[in-house]
Design a protein around this ligand. Structure first.
Ligand SMILES: O=P(O)(O)OC[C@H]1O[C@H](O)[C@H](O)[C@@H](O)[C@@H]1O
Length: 539
Protein backbone atom coordinates (compact mmCIF):
# COMPACT_ATOMS: atom_id res chain seq x y z
CA UNK A 1 0.00 0.00 0.00
CA UNK A 2 1.22 3.45 -0.84
CA UNK A 3 1.02 6.29 1.60
CA UNK A 4 -2.08 7.51 -0.21
CA UNK A 5 -4.17 4.36 0.20
CA UNK A 6 -4.17 4.33 4.01
CA UNK A 7 -5.02 8.03 4.02
CA UNK A 8 -8.04 7.35 1.79
CA UNK A 9 -8.97 4.39 3.94
CA UNK A 10 -8.80 6.48 7.11
CA UNK A 11 -11.22 9.00 5.63
CA UNK A 12 -13.49 6.24 4.31
CA UNK A 13 -13.53 4.51 7.70
CA UNK A 14 -14.80 7.69 9.33
CA UNK A 15 -17.54 7.74 6.72
CA UNK A 16 -18.63 4.24 7.75
CA UNK A 17 -18.68 5.09 11.47
CA UNK A 18 -22.10 5.32 13.13
CA UNK A 19 -23.48 8.84 12.92
CA UNK A 20 -21.20 9.91 10.06
CA UNK A 21 -23.00 12.53 8.02
CA UNK A 22 -25.09 13.70 10.97
CA UNK A 23 -25.15 17.45 11.46
CA UNK A 24 -27.93 18.29 13.87
CA UNK A 25 -26.37 16.41 16.74
CA UNK A 26 -23.01 18.12 16.13
CA UNK A 27 -24.70 21.51 16.26
CA UNK A 28 -26.53 20.58 19.46
CA UNK A 29 -23.40 19.17 21.09
CA UNK A 30 -21.21 22.22 20.58
CA UNK A 31 -22.60 25.74 20.85
CA UNK A 32 -19.24 27.07 19.64
CA UNK A 33 -19.22 24.99 16.48
CA UNK A 34 -19.70 28.03 14.24
CA UNK A 35 -16.55 29.56 15.71
CA UNK A 36 -14.53 26.34 15.38
CA UNK A 37 -15.59 25.72 11.81
CA UNK A 38 -15.62 29.35 10.68
CA UNK A 39 -12.57 30.41 8.65
CA UNK A 40 -11.58 33.85 7.43
CA UNK A 41 -9.42 35.16 4.61
CA UNK A 42 -9.36 38.21 2.35
CA UNK A 43 -12.35 39.70 4.19
CA UNK A 44 -14.52 36.62 3.63
CA UNK A 45 -15.97 34.37 6.33
CA UNK A 46 -16.48 30.72 5.34
CA UNK A 47 -18.74 28.85 7.74
CA UNK A 48 -18.49 25.06 7.55
CA UNK A 49 -20.34 24.43 10.81
CA UNK A 50 -23.47 23.12 9.09
CA UNK A 51 -21.64 20.15 7.64
CA UNK A 52 -20.78 16.80 9.18
CA UNK A 53 -17.11 17.72 9.54
CA UNK A 54 -15.66 16.79 12.92
CA UNK A 55 -12.14 17.27 14.25
CA UNK A 56 -11.39 13.66 13.35
CA UNK A 57 -12.81 13.95 9.84
CA UNK A 58 -10.95 17.18 9.21
CA UNK A 59 -7.70 15.69 10.47
CA UNK A 60 -8.12 12.68 8.21
CA UNK A 61 -8.93 14.87 5.21
CA UNK A 62 -5.88 17.04 5.89
CA UNK A 63 -3.75 13.91 6.18
CA UNK A 64 -5.13 12.82 2.81
CA UNK A 65 -4.23 16.26 1.42
CA UNK A 66 -0.66 15.71 2.59
CA UNK A 67 -0.57 12.20 1.14
CA UNK A 68 -1.88 13.51 -2.18
CA UNK A 69 0.62 16.40 -1.93
CA UNK A 70 -2.03 19.03 -2.59
CA UNK A 71 0.35 21.74 -1.37
CA UNK A 72 3.01 20.41 -3.73
CA UNK A 73 0.63 20.69 -6.68
CA UNK A 74 -0.30 24.21 -5.58
CA UNK A 75 3.35 25.21 -5.35
CA UNK A 76 4.20 23.63 -8.72
CA UNK A 77 1.32 25.64 -10.20
CA UNK A 78 2.67 28.83 -8.64
CA UNK A 79 6.19 28.06 -9.90
CA UNK A 80 4.80 27.97 -13.43
CA UNK A 81 5.47 24.29 -14.00
CA UNK A 82 3.46 22.49 -16.66
CA UNK A 83 0.76 21.31 -14.24
CA UNK A 84 -1.61 21.08 -17.21
CA UNK A 85 0.18 17.94 -18.32
CA UNK A 86 -1.94 16.91 -21.30
CA UNK A 87 -1.47 20.30 -22.92
CA UNK A 88 2.07 20.70 -21.55
CA UNK A 89 1.22 24.11 -20.14
CA UNK A 90 1.47 26.04 -16.93
CA UNK A 91 -1.70 27.30 -15.23
CA UNK A 92 -0.61 30.73 -14.14
CA UNK A 93 -3.78 32.75 -13.72
CA UNK A 94 -2.27 33.80 -10.37
CA UNK A 95 0.26 35.90 -12.28
CA UNK A 96 -2.60 37.91 -13.79
CA UNK A 97 -3.34 39.33 -10.34
CA UNK A 98 0.00 41.18 -10.57
CA UNK A 99 1.40 40.45 -7.16
CA UNK A 100 5.02 41.12 -6.32
CA UNK A 101 6.08 37.54 -6.91
CA UNK A 102 8.46 36.88 -9.81
CA UNK A 103 6.02 34.73 -11.77
CA UNK A 104 7.60 32.52 -14.40
CA UNK A 105 6.00 30.10 -16.84
CA UNK A 106 8.86 27.79 -17.70
CA UNK A 107 11.50 30.09 -19.21
CA UNK A 108 9.10 32.98 -19.72
CA UNK A 109 8.93 36.01 -17.44
CA UNK A 110 5.20 35.76 -16.89
CA UNK A 111 5.06 38.76 -14.57
CA UNK A 112 6.53 40.97 -17.31
CA UNK A 113 4.17 39.56 -19.94
CA UNK A 114 1.22 40.36 -17.67
CA UNK A 115 2.49 43.87 -16.98
CA UNK A 116 2.78 44.57 -20.69
CA UNK A 117 -0.65 43.31 -21.61
CA UNK A 118 -2.21 45.08 -18.63
CA UNK A 119 -0.54 48.35 -19.66
CA UNK A 120 -1.96 48.00 -23.17
CA UNK A 121 -5.42 47.28 -21.79
CA UNK A 122 -5.25 50.17 -19.36
CA UNK A 123 -4.15 52.59 -22.09
CA UNK A 124 -7.05 51.49 -24.26
CA UNK A 125 -9.61 51.75 -21.45
CA UNK A 126 -8.42 55.24 -20.53
CA UNK A 127 -8.47 56.28 -24.18
CA UNK A 128 -12.06 55.11 -24.57
CA UNK A 129 -13.19 56.70 -21.31
CA UNK A 130 -11.47 60.02 -22.00
CA UNK A 131 -12.76 60.09 -25.54
CA UNK A 132 -9.42 60.01 -27.33
CA UNK A 133 -10.48 56.68 -28.81
CA UNK A 134 -13.82 57.15 -30.56
CA UNK A 135 -15.97 55.56 -33.19
CA UNK A 136 -15.75 56.19 -36.92
CA UNK A 137 -18.26 59.05 -36.79
CA UNK A 138 -16.42 60.79 -33.96
CA UNK A 139 -18.93 59.75 -31.31
CA UNK A 140 -17.83 58.49 -27.92
CA UNK A 141 -18.38 54.83 -27.15
CA UNK A 142 -21.22 54.22 -24.73
CA UNK A 143 -21.70 50.46 -25.18
CA UNK A 144 -19.34 47.54 -25.36
CA UNK A 145 -20.37 44.18 -26.82
CA UNK A 146 -18.10 41.32 -25.83
CA UNK A 147 -18.50 38.36 -28.17
CA UNK A 148 -17.21 35.12 -26.69
CA UNK A 149 -18.37 31.83 -25.22
CA UNK A 150 -17.44 29.58 -22.31
CA UNK A 151 -14.51 31.02 -20.43
CA UNK A 152 -14.44 33.97 -22.79
CA UNK A 153 -17.94 34.91 -21.70
CA UNK A 154 -19.08 33.50 -18.37
CA UNK A 155 -16.51 35.13 -16.08
CA UNK A 156 -16.60 38.65 -17.53
CA UNK A 157 -20.39 38.55 -17.93
CA UNK A 158 -20.84 37.43 -14.34
CA UNK A 159 -18.45 40.05 -12.94
CA UNK A 160 -19.76 42.95 -15.01
CA UNK A 161 -23.30 42.10 -13.95
CA UNK A 162 -22.23 41.92 -10.31
CA UNK A 163 -20.30 45.19 -10.26
CA UNK A 164 -22.06 47.47 -12.69
CA UNK A 165 -23.93 50.39 -11.15
CA UNK A 166 -25.77 53.25 -12.88
CA UNK A 167 -23.37 56.03 -13.76
CA UNK A 168 -20.48 53.72 -14.54
CA UNK A 169 -18.53 54.50 -17.71
CA UNK A 170 -20.17 52.17 -20.25
CA UNK A 171 -22.85 49.54 -20.64
CA UNK A 172 -21.59 46.00 -21.30
CA UNK A 173 -23.41 43.37 -23.33
CA UNK A 174 -22.38 39.78 -23.89
CA UNK A 175 -23.06 37.72 -26.98
CA UNK A 176 -22.28 34.04 -26.59
CA UNK A 177 -24.79 31.74 -28.21
CA UNK A 178 -24.46 31.03 -31.92
CA UNK A 179 -28.25 31.09 -31.89
CA UNK A 180 -28.72 34.36 -33.76
CA UNK A 181 -31.84 35.09 -31.72
CA UNK A 182 -29.36 36.35 -29.13
CA UNK A 183 -27.88 38.85 -31.59
CA UNK A 184 -31.30 39.81 -32.94
CA UNK A 185 -32.44 40.59 -29.38
CA UNK A 186 -29.34 42.68 -28.67
CA UNK A 187 -29.03 44.48 -32.01
CA UNK A 188 -31.98 46.91 -31.66
CA UNK A 189 -30.64 48.13 -28.31
CA UNK A 190 -27.37 49.30 -29.87
CA UNK A 191 -26.33 52.36 -31.84
CA UNK A 192 -23.49 51.22 -34.08
CA UNK A 193 -21.86 54.67 -33.94
CA UNK A 194 -21.41 54.33 -30.18
CA UNK A 195 -20.73 50.63 -29.95
CA UNK A 196 -17.35 49.04 -29.37
CA UNK A 197 -17.15 45.34 -30.21
CA UNK A 198 -14.68 42.99 -28.53
CA UNK A 199 -14.11 39.55 -29.99
CA UNK A 200 -13.02 37.47 -27.02
CA UNK A 201 -11.59 34.11 -27.95
CA UNK A 202 -8.43 32.51 -26.67
CA UNK A 203 -8.07 30.38 -29.78
CA UNK A 204 -9.90 32.72 -32.17
CA UNK A 205 -11.24 29.62 -33.90
CA UNK A 206 -14.34 28.89 -31.81
CA UNK A 207 -17.15 28.38 -34.28
CA UNK A 208 -19.84 30.19 -32.29
CA UNK A 209 -17.69 33.23 -31.56
CA UNK A 210 -16.36 33.56 -35.09
CA UNK A 211 -19.87 33.22 -36.52
CA UNK A 212 -21.19 35.94 -34.21
CA UNK A 213 -18.14 38.11 -34.87
CA UNK A 214 -18.84 37.96 -38.61
CA UNK A 215 -22.50 38.88 -38.03
CA UNK A 216 -21.63 41.86 -35.88
CA UNK A 217 -18.79 42.98 -38.16
CA UNK A 218 -21.27 42.86 -41.03
CA UNK A 219 -23.71 45.02 -39.05
CA UNK A 220 -20.95 47.56 -38.33
CA UNK A 221 -19.91 47.56 -41.98
CA UNK A 222 -23.47 48.10 -43.17
CA UNK A 223 -24.09 50.93 -40.76
CA UNK A 224 -20.76 52.71 -40.95
CA UNK A 225 -19.04 51.41 -44.06
CA UNK A 226 -16.60 48.51 -44.26
CA UNK A 227 -13.58 50.78 -43.84
CA UNK A 228 -15.00 52.22 -40.59
CA UNK A 229 -15.74 48.88 -38.93
CA UNK A 230 -12.18 48.25 -37.70
CA UNK A 231 -12.39 51.41 -35.57
CA UNK A 232 -15.16 49.68 -33.62
CA UNK A 233 -13.42 46.35 -33.19
CA UNK A 234 -10.86 44.89 -30.83
CA UNK A 235 -9.77 41.33 -30.13
CA UNK A 236 -8.89 39.53 -26.91
CA UNK A 237 -6.93 36.48 -27.91
CA UNK A 238 -3.74 34.45 -27.86
CA UNK A 239 -3.93 33.84 -31.62
CA UNK A 240 -2.43 36.93 -33.26
CA UNK A 241 -2.36 35.62 -36.86
CA UNK A 242 -6.07 34.81 -36.72
CA UNK A 243 -7.00 38.22 -35.30
CA UNK A 244 -5.07 39.88 -38.13
CA UNK A 245 -6.80 37.67 -40.71
CA UNK A 246 -10.13 38.81 -39.24
CA UNK A 247 -9.15 42.42 -39.92
CA UNK A 248 -8.28 43.65 -36.45
CA UNK A 249 -5.32 46.02 -36.30
CA UNK A 250 -2.44 44.77 -34.11
CA UNK A 251 -2.80 47.70 -31.69
CA UNK A 252 -6.40 46.63 -31.14
CA UNK A 253 -5.42 43.10 -30.13
CA UNK A 254 -5.08 42.51 -26.39
CA UNK A 255 -3.21 39.32 -25.87
CA UNK A 256 -2.61 36.82 -23.15
CA UNK A 257 -0.66 33.60 -22.99
CA UNK A 258 -1.59 29.98 -23.36
CA UNK A 259 -0.94 29.48 -19.64
CA UNK A 260 -4.20 31.29 -18.96
CA UNK A 261 -7.01 28.74 -19.14
CA UNK A 262 -10.32 29.96 -20.57
CA UNK A 263 -12.28 29.52 -17.34
CA UNK A 264 -9.52 31.30 -15.41
CA UNK A 265 -9.17 34.16 -17.89
CA UNK A 266 -11.47 36.92 -16.66
CA UNK A 267 -8.42 38.54 -15.01
CA UNK A 268 -6.66 38.84 -18.37
CA UNK A 269 -7.52 40.81 -21.49
CA UNK A 270 -10.67 38.69 -21.60
CA UNK A 271 -11.88 40.94 -18.77
CA UNK A 272 -11.47 44.10 -20.86
CA UNK A 273 -15.26 44.56 -20.97
CA UNK A 274 -15.29 44.68 -17.14
CA UNK A 275 -12.75 47.50 -17.10
CA UNK A 276 -14.57 49.36 -19.88
CA UNK A 277 -17.98 49.05 -18.24
CA UNK A 278 -17.12 49.38 -14.55
CA UNK A 279 -13.90 51.39 -14.73
CA UNK A 280 -10.22 50.56 -14.60
CA UNK A 281 -10.10 51.09 -10.84
CA UNK A 282 -12.78 48.47 -10.30
CA UNK A 283 -10.82 46.02 -12.42
CA UNK A 284 -7.65 46.73 -10.45
CA UNK A 285 -9.54 46.22 -7.17
CA UNK A 286 -10.93 42.96 -8.51
CA UNK A 287 -7.38 41.77 -9.18
CA UNK A 288 -6.39 42.96 -5.71
CA UNK A 289 -9.12 40.92 -4.03
CA UNK A 290 -8.08 37.82 -5.93
CA UNK A 291 -4.45 38.50 -5.06
CA UNK A 292 -5.30 38.61 -1.38
CA UNK A 293 -6.95 35.20 -1.66
CA UNK A 294 -3.95 33.95 -3.67
CA UNK A 295 -1.54 34.99 -0.94
CA UNK A 296 -3.70 33.29 1.66
CA UNK A 297 -3.88 30.14 -0.48
CA UNK A 298 -0.13 30.06 -1.02
CA UNK A 299 0.89 30.77 2.56
CA UNK A 300 -1.81 29.80 5.09
CA UNK A 301 -1.40 26.51 6.94
CA UNK A 302 -3.57 23.66 5.65
CA UNK A 303 -5.82 23.72 8.71
CA UNK A 304 -6.92 27.31 8.06
CA UNK A 305 -6.54 27.42 4.28
CA UNK A 306 -9.97 28.26 2.86
CA UNK A 307 -9.59 26.79 -0.65
CA UNK A 308 -8.00 23.64 0.71
CA UNK A 309 -10.73 23.23 3.34
CA UNK A 310 -13.47 23.75 0.78
CA UNK A 311 -11.85 21.11 -1.43
CA UNK A 312 -11.45 18.73 1.52
CA UNK A 313 -15.14 19.13 2.33
CA UNK A 314 -15.98 18.27 -1.27
CA UNK A 315 -13.91 15.09 -1.00
CA UNK A 316 -15.85 14.19 2.15
CA UNK A 317 -19.16 14.80 0.41
CA UNK A 318 -18.38 13.23 -2.96
CA UNK A 319 -16.08 10.35 -2.12
CA UNK A 320 -17.17 9.39 1.36
CA UNK A 321 -20.82 10.34 1.65
CA UNK A 322 -21.52 9.72 -2.05
CA UNK A 323 -23.12 13.09 -2.72
CA UNK A 324 -22.77 13.72 -6.41
CA UNK A 325 -24.29 17.19 -6.83
CA UNK A 326 -23.90 20.59 -5.20
CA UNK A 327 -26.08 23.68 -5.41
CA UNK A 328 -24.72 27.23 -5.40
CA UNK A 329 -27.15 29.82 -4.07
CA UNK A 330 -25.94 33.41 -3.97
CA UNK A 331 -28.44 35.50 -2.04
CA UNK A 332 -27.72 38.53 -4.16
CA UNK A 333 -29.42 39.32 -7.42
CA UNK A 334 -26.23 40.89 -8.75
CA UNK A 335 -24.60 37.45 -8.52
CA UNK A 336 -27.27 35.90 -10.71
CA UNK A 337 -24.61 34.50 -13.08
CA UNK A 338 -22.26 33.31 -10.35
CA UNK A 339 -23.55 29.74 -10.46
CA UNK A 340 -23.21 29.74 -14.25
CA UNK A 341 -19.57 30.73 -13.89
CA UNK A 342 -18.95 28.01 -11.30
CA UNK A 343 -20.68 25.45 -13.49
CA UNK A 344 -17.96 25.91 -16.07
CA UNK A 345 -15.13 26.49 -13.62
CA UNK A 346 -15.89 23.35 -11.63
CA UNK A 347 -17.49 20.94 -14.07
CA UNK A 348 -15.14 21.64 -16.98
CA UNK A 349 -12.18 21.35 -14.62
CA UNK A 350 -13.25 18.34 -12.57
CA UNK A 351 -15.44 16.34 -14.95
CA UNK A 352 -12.67 13.82 -15.64
CA UNK A 353 -12.57 10.03 -15.57
CA UNK A 354 -8.86 9.36 -15.99
CA UNK A 355 -5.96 10.45 -13.83
CA UNK A 356 -3.21 12.80 -14.95
CA UNK A 357 -1.30 9.75 -16.16
CA UNK A 358 -4.26 8.40 -18.13
CA UNK A 359 -5.35 5.56 -15.85
CA UNK A 360 -9.05 5.27 -14.91
CA UNK A 361 -9.77 7.04 -11.64
CA UNK A 362 -10.49 4.80 -8.67
CA UNK A 363 -13.09 7.13 -7.16
CA UNK A 364 -15.77 9.65 -8.08
CA UNK A 365 -14.64 13.08 -9.31
CA UNK A 366 -16.44 16.38 -9.83
CA UNK A 367 -20.08 16.63 -8.74
CA UNK A 368 -22.84 18.23 -10.77
CA UNK A 369 -22.89 21.92 -9.89
CA UNK A 370 -25.97 24.05 -10.44
CA UNK A 371 -27.59 27.06 -8.91
CA UNK A 372 -29.78 30.12 -8.96
CA UNK A 373 -29.91 33.19 -6.77
CA UNK A 374 -31.95 33.08 -3.58
CA UNK A 375 -34.67 33.62 -2.69
CA UNK A 376 -35.83 32.55 -6.17
CA UNK A 377 -34.28 29.11 -5.73
CA UNK A 378 -36.48 28.49 -2.68
CA UNK A 379 -39.53 28.58 -4.90
CA UNK A 380 -37.96 26.27 -7.42
CA UNK A 381 -35.64 23.34 -6.73
CA UNK A 382 -35.07 23.63 -2.98
CA UNK A 383 -38.00 21.25 -2.38
CA UNK A 384 -35.80 18.42 -3.62
CA UNK A 385 -32.89 19.52 -1.47
CA UNK A 386 -35.05 19.63 1.67
CA UNK A 387 -37.11 16.49 1.19
CA UNK A 388 -35.91 14.58 -1.88
CA UNK A 389 -34.07 11.29 -1.76
CA UNK A 390 -30.81 12.85 -2.98
CA UNK A 391 -28.71 14.82 -0.52
CA UNK A 392 -27.36 17.93 -2.24
CA UNK A 393 -24.89 20.11 -0.33
CA UNK A 394 -25.49 23.82 -0.76
CA UNK A 395 -23.11 26.77 -0.94
CA UNK A 396 -24.84 29.90 0.31
CA UNK A 397 -23.20 33.22 -0.57
CA UNK A 398 -24.43 36.12 1.54
CA UNK A 399 -23.64 39.83 1.44
CA UNK A 400 -23.94 41.70 4.74
CA UNK A 401 -24.34 45.26 3.46
CA UNK A 402 -26.46 45.98 0.39
CA UNK A 403 -25.90 48.92 -1.96
CA UNK A 404 -29.55 49.90 -2.02
CA UNK A 405 -31.55 51.96 0.45
CA UNK A 406 -34.10 49.26 1.34
CA UNK A 407 -32.99 47.64 4.61
CA UNK A 408 -36.24 45.75 5.09
CA UNK A 409 -35.85 43.93 1.78
CA UNK A 410 -32.28 43.06 2.64
CA UNK A 411 -33.21 41.72 6.07
CA UNK A 412 -35.90 39.54 4.50
CA UNK A 413 -33.37 38.26 1.96
CA UNK A 414 -30.82 37.35 4.63
CA UNK A 415 -33.40 35.88 7.01
CA UNK A 416 -34.48 33.55 4.23
CA UNK A 417 -30.93 32.43 3.49
CA UNK A 418 -30.20 31.74 7.15
CA UNK A 419 -33.51 29.94 7.53
CA UNK A 420 -32.71 27.66 4.61
CA UNK A 421 -29.33 26.71 6.06
CA UNK A 422 -30.95 26.05 9.43
CA UNK A 423 -33.81 24.03 7.96
CA UNK A 424 -31.43 21.90 5.90
CA UNK A 425 -29.19 21.12 8.84
CA UNK A 426 -31.78 20.66 11.57
CA UNK A 427 -34.81 19.51 9.62
CA UNK A 428 -38.04 18.86 11.49
CA UNK A 429 -38.68 15.48 13.07
CA UNK A 430 -42.01 13.77 12.74
CA UNK A 431 -42.69 14.45 16.41
CA UNK A 432 -42.01 18.15 15.88
CA UNK A 433 -44.22 18.20 12.80
CA UNK A 434 -47.03 16.50 14.71
CA UNK A 435 -46.72 18.85 17.67
CA UNK A 436 -46.85 21.87 15.42
CA UNK A 437 -49.95 20.65 13.60
CA UNK A 438 -51.63 19.83 16.91
CA UNK A 439 -50.84 23.34 18.15
CA UNK A 440 -52.41 24.72 15.00
CA UNK A 441 -55.57 22.79 15.87
CA UNK A 442 -55.54 20.21 13.10
CA UNK A 443 -57.74 17.18 13.80
CA UNK A 444 -55.75 14.04 14.75
CA UNK A 445 -56.60 12.30 11.47
CA UNK A 446 -55.16 15.22 9.54
CA UNK A 447 -52.08 15.18 11.73
CA UNK A 448 -51.60 11.46 10.92
CA UNK A 449 -52.18 12.00 7.23
CA UNK A 450 -49.80 14.93 6.85
CA UNK A 451 -47.07 14.05 9.34
CA UNK A 452 -44.83 12.20 6.86
CA UNK A 453 -45.16 15.01 4.34
CA UNK A 454 -44.36 17.70 6.87
CA UNK A 455 -41.27 15.94 8.21
CA UNK A 456 -37.84 17.18 7.14
CA UNK A 457 -34.97 14.73 7.56
CA UNK A 458 -32.33 17.40 8.24
CA UNK A 459 -28.62 16.55 8.30
CA UNK A 460 -28.33 18.21 4.89
CA UNK A 461 -25.03 20.03 4.61
CA UNK A 462 -24.41 23.61 3.62
CA UNK A 463 -21.52 26.04 3.53
CA UNK A 464 -22.08 29.75 4.01
CA UNK A 465 -19.69 32.33 2.62
CA UNK A 466 -20.28 35.83 3.94
CA UNK A 467 -19.03 38.94 2.14
CA UNK A 468 -19.14 42.25 4.05
CA UNK A 469 -20.30 43.94 0.83
CA UNK A 470 -20.31 43.08 -2.83
CA UNK A 471 -17.48 45.12 -4.30
CA UNK A 472 -14.64 44.38 -6.74
CA UNK A 473 -12.26 43.23 -4.01
CA UNK A 474 -14.68 40.86 -2.27
CA UNK A 475 -15.85 39.44 -5.58
CA UNK A 476 -12.25 38.90 -6.71
CA UNK A 477 -11.51 37.03 -3.49
CA UNK A 478 -14.67 34.93 -3.81
CA UNK A 479 -13.91 33.83 -7.37
CA UNK A 480 -10.28 33.09 -6.53
CA UNK A 481 -11.43 30.96 -3.58
CA UNK A 482 -13.31 28.68 -5.96
CA UNK A 483 -10.50 28.67 -8.54
CA UNK A 484 -8.08 27.42 -5.92
CA UNK A 485 -10.56 24.92 -4.57
CA UNK A 486 -10.70 23.46 -8.08
CA UNK A 487 -6.90 23.21 -8.24
CA UNK A 488 -6.84 21.44 -4.86
CA UNK A 489 -9.45 18.95 -6.03
CA UNK A 490 -7.36 18.24 -9.11
CA UNK A 491 -4.60 17.20 -6.74
CA UNK A 492 -6.88 15.28 -4.35
CA UNK A 493 -8.27 13.29 -7.26
CA UNK A 494 -5.06 13.21 -9.31
CA UNK A 495 -6.89 14.55 -12.36
CA UNK A 496 -5.91 17.43 -14.62
CA UNK A 497 -8.16 20.35 -13.66
CA UNK A 498 -6.84 22.54 -16.48
CA UNK A 499 -7.75 20.67 -19.67
CA UNK A 500 -11.17 20.06 -21.29
CA UNK A 501 -10.96 17.35 -23.92
CA UNK A 502 -14.61 16.54 -23.37
CA UNK A 503 -15.72 19.44 -25.53
CA UNK A 504 -13.89 18.16 -28.63
CA UNK A 505 -16.06 15.29 -29.82
CA UNK A 506 -19.22 17.35 -30.14
CA UNK A 507 -17.31 20.09 -32.00
CA UNK A 508 -16.00 17.56 -34.53
CA UNK A 509 -19.36 15.89 -35.03
CA UNK A 510 -21.08 19.27 -35.50
CA UNK A 511 -18.85 20.09 -38.43
CA UNK A 512 -19.75 16.74 -39.99
CA UNK A 513 -23.50 17.29 -39.49
CA UNK A 514 -23.50 20.83 -40.89
CA UNK A 515 -23.42 19.64 -44.54
CA UNK A 516 -26.32 17.30 -43.86
CA UNK A 517 -28.41 20.26 -42.67
CA UNK A 518 -27.20 22.42 -45.56
CA UNK A 519 -27.70 20.09 -48.50
CA UNK A 520 -29.29 16.90 -47.25
CA UNK A 521 -26.13 14.81 -47.25
CA UNK A 522 -26.72 11.68 -45.22
CA UNK A 523 -25.45 11.90 -41.67
CA UNK A 524 -23.48 8.88 -40.52
CA UNK A 525 -25.52 8.21 -37.40
CA UNK A 526 -29.06 6.93 -38.19
CA UNK A 527 -30.73 8.82 -35.33
CA UNK A 528 -29.03 12.03 -36.48
CA UNK A 529 -29.97 11.34 -40.10
CA UNK A 530 -33.63 10.84 -39.16
CA UNK A 531 -33.75 14.06 -37.16
CA UNK A 532 -31.99 15.99 -39.93
CA UNK A 533 -34.56 14.71 -42.43
CA UNK A 534 -37.41 15.84 -40.16
CA UNK A 535 -35.86 19.27 -39.59
CA UNK A 536 -35.38 19.74 -43.33
CA UNK A 537 -38.99 18.70 -43.95
CA UNK A 538 -40.17 21.37 -41.51
CA UNK A 539 -37.91 24.15 -42.85
O1 LIG B 1 -11.84 31.39 -25.86
P1 LIG B 1 -12.11 30.35 -26.86
O2 LIG B 1 -10.88 29.79 -27.49
O3 LIG B 1 -13.06 30.89 -27.92
O4 LIG B 1 -12.83 29.15 -26.15
C1 LIG B 1 -14.09 29.27 -25.57
C2 LIG B 1 -14.47 28.04 -24.78
O5 LIG B 1 -14.68 26.96 -25.64
C3 LIG B 1 -14.05 25.72 -25.46
O6 LIG B 1 -14.74 24.77 -26.20
C4 LIG B 1 -13.89 25.29 -24.04
O7 LIG B 1 -14.90 24.43 -23.63
C5 LIG B 1 -13.86 26.42 -23.06
O8 LIG B 1 -12.94 26.11 -22.06
C6 LIG B 1 -13.48 27.72 -23.69
O9 LIG B 1 -13.49 28.72 -22.69
Amino acid sequence: MTEVAPAWEAVAALGRAPGAGAIRQLLDADPHRARRFGFRAAGLLMDLSRTSLTEAVLDALLALARARDVAGFRDAMARGEAVNGTERRAALHLALRMGDRPWRAGAEDAAEAVRQSFAAMAGFVMGVHRGSIRGATGERFTDVVSIGIGGSDLGPAMVARALWRPGMPMRAHYLANVDAHAWEALRPTLDPRRTLVLVASKTFTTQETMTNAQLVKGWLGQALGAAAAPLHLAALSTNLPATAAFGIAPERVFGFRDWVGGRFSLWSAVGLSIALACGLDAFIELLGGAREMDEHFLTAPDATNLPLLLAALEVWHVNVLGLSARAVLPYDERLSRFAAHLQQLEMESLGKRVTMSGAPVAHATGPVVFGEPGTNAQHSFLQLIHQGTAKVPVDFVLVARPDHPHPTSHRILLANALAQAEALARGRTEAEARAEMARAGLPPAEVDRLAPHRTFPGDRPSTTILLPALNPASLGALIALYEHKVACLGAFWSINPFDQWGVELGKQLASGILPALENGATAADPATAAMVAEIRRLQ
